[in-house]
Design a protein around this ligand. Structure first.
Ligand SMILES: Cc1cc2nc3c(=O)[nH]c(=O)nc-3n(C[C@H](O)[C@H](O)[C@H](O)COP(=O)(O)OP(=O)(O)OC[C@H]3O[C@@H](n4cnc5c(N)ncnc54)[C@H](O)[C@@H]3O)c2cc1C
Length: 477
């Protein structure tokens, strides 16, 4: 197979050990955590911002697409090179450059693994708050690109609330700095614009992020229910009592059985649903809130409310939640993790809708999600080897997301649009809003080489864009 025309330039930039184009190597980079697949023509592993800049210049000169890749845990096909080209892997740019505890900031390269940052400051009593369930593997660069959330973002906010400044490389190779170490910088919020832009405008090469002090006390509770409705209703009952738990997660009966069989976290096998609730803060306040939470759960007919009695018990409860996806893999060879948002007051009807979609499609759907934020994660089990199953799974996902939009929510809470949901953007946004986004992208990337085919639907005037949003006039920002 002939080598790509840009190979010599790239090898000069990153060295022969930082460059891959053998088909057997490239195969490893055609997946992420989602369902789509496409192979890059070259993969490069830069070690510095200057090397990333030189790669961008080379790509632009050759008119070839560029796709960034962190750990490849994305669930919407963001890191899939759907139009081939050059993949920039950030695994060698994985240094924590500075930890400034007095100012509660860290400066990191994009390939730093999320959990490694918290571990680096743990002994000093600090942590990095955004904690995707994939935090043992996913990178800060990927988190910034996806504006990732996680169980604890209910109280602390998502990635954008913890990123103060970025260094990023534009398609023409320019290295730009946005923001500063203090919040609310003058001028346009370019840090906010790039956070969540899914690698379509710039490649992030450094980030200044917030470190937070670990709370004095953490209490983790498990509320167990005989009906999904009661479990779901408790979510708004807790927040109505003016309590914002650090985390408020729900697992339905289907998920409980799968997770318990694999993880042995002590979850009940006969329940219709559980809430995993975590409270953090000063000891007295947490005790008071825990009592209020217990009363809210009992008022909504919880049959039992347990409290983790030790750090080991607490870790075990979280182990079940954080290892759930692995547990599903033991039961089903293929599964489709969906991601939609509804107001937390509409979780119960959404679960009923999902139950109906499951019966109609004949596919098992489990639910494990960030209930406090209304971030639904229906997990659709299917078997790609069975004719028609993929189509059924995709249709089931589409029906659920349509319902989310109608319920006043969104087609994604945290996994991003990627290539998976690009066709749904016109269901969420009016044509004018999409056009504005496209014009902003083109300011950064006039040749449309950075992560093409992601986030924004096709060209100007395509059918997708002319489609009206599902709920005309829905305020979407
Ligand atoms: C088991 C599991 C649990 C998960 N739980 C959560 C969760 O709780 N919350 C949540 O939000 N997500 C979750 N995810 C999804 C995923 O982990 C996040 O989207 C994460 O932010 C992706 O990080 P990554 O390093 O793997 O990025 P990748 O998958 O490699 O890339 C994701 C996107 O970021 C872009 N990108 C990567 N690096 C850069 C860079 N330096 N500059 C510019 N663009 C870049 C890529 O091009 C792509 O568009 C989960 C995934 C799995 C598999």
């Amino acid at each position: 197979m002939p080598h790509p025309a840009w190979k010599d330039d790239l090898v000069r930039i990153v060295g022969p050990r930082g460059y891959l184009d053998h088909p057997e190597d490239l195969r490893l980079y055609e997946y992420d955590g989602g369902v789509d697949k496409a192979r890059p023509e070259s993969v490069v592993f830069p070690r510095s911002s200057e090397e990333v800049s030189a790669i961008a210049r080379t790509a632009t000169r050759h008119g070839v697409p560029v796709v960034g890749r962190g750990a490849g845990t994305g669930l919407s096909g963001g890191a899939i090179p759907s139009q081939g080209g050059i993949m920039v892997g950030f695994s060698r740019m994985n240094r924590i450059l500075e930890i400034d505890l007095a100012n509660e900031r860290a400066v990191v390269e994009p390939g730093v693994v999320n959990l490694d940052l918290s571990m680096a400051v743990d002994a000093a009593g600090y942590f990095y708050a955004p904690d995707p369930s994939s935090q043992r593997a996913c990178t800060i660069g990927g988190n910034v690109a996806e504006n990732a959330g996680g169980p604890h973002t209910l109280a602390y906010g998502v990635t954008t609330n913890h990123v103060f400044a970025l260094e990023a490389v534009l398609p023409d190779g320019t290295i730009v700095q946005t923001g500063a170490w203090w919040p609310d910088t003058p001028g346009y919020d370019l840090t906010g614009l790039l956070t969540g832009s899914e690698g379509t405008m710039a490649l992030v090469t450094k980030a200044v992020v917030r470190l937070m002090r670990k709370p004095e006390t953490v209490k983790t509770m498990l509320a167990i229910y005989d009906t999904e409705d009661d479990c779901a209703t408790t979510v708004s009952e807790i927040t109505a009592r003016a309590i914002t738990p650090a985390a408020l997660e729900m697992l339905d009966g289907t998920m409980l059985k799968m997770v318990e069989a694999a993880v042995h976290a002590g979850y009940p096998l006969d329940a219709a649903g559980v809430l995993l609730i975590e409270l953090e803060g000063l000891k007295e306040a947490v005790e008071e809130q825990a009592e209020q939470v217990r009363l809210a759960c009992l008022q909504c007919r919880a049959r039992e409310v347990r409290e983790a009695k030790s750090e080991a018990e607490r870790q075990l409860l979280w182990k079940g939640r954080k290892n759930a996806f692995g547990a599903i893999g033991r039961v089903s060879p293929f599964f489709y993790v969906h991601d939609g948002v509804v107001p937390r007051t509409k979780i119960a009807p959404t679960l009923r809708l999902i139950g109906g979609v499951s019966s109609n499609s004949g596919l098992t759907i489990g639910n494990i999600f960030h209930a406090g934020d209304g971030h639904m994660h229906p997990i659709i089990l299917f078997d790609a080897r069975r004719a028609g199953d993929i189509d059924k799974a995709q249709k089931a996902g589409f029906d659920i997301l349509e319902y989310c939009i109608q319920a006043g929510g969104s087609i994604t809470g945290e996994h991003g649009i990627g290539m998976e949901k690009v066709h749904l953007m016109s269901r969420q946004y009016a044509a004018e809003s999409l056009d504005m986004m496209r014009r902003i992208k083109e300011l950064f990337d006039p040749a449309r080489l950075f992560n093409p085919g992601k986030l924004l639907p096709g060209g100007r005037g395509c059918a997708e864009i002319r489609q009206p949003p599902l709920v005309p006039g829905t305020p979407v920002y």
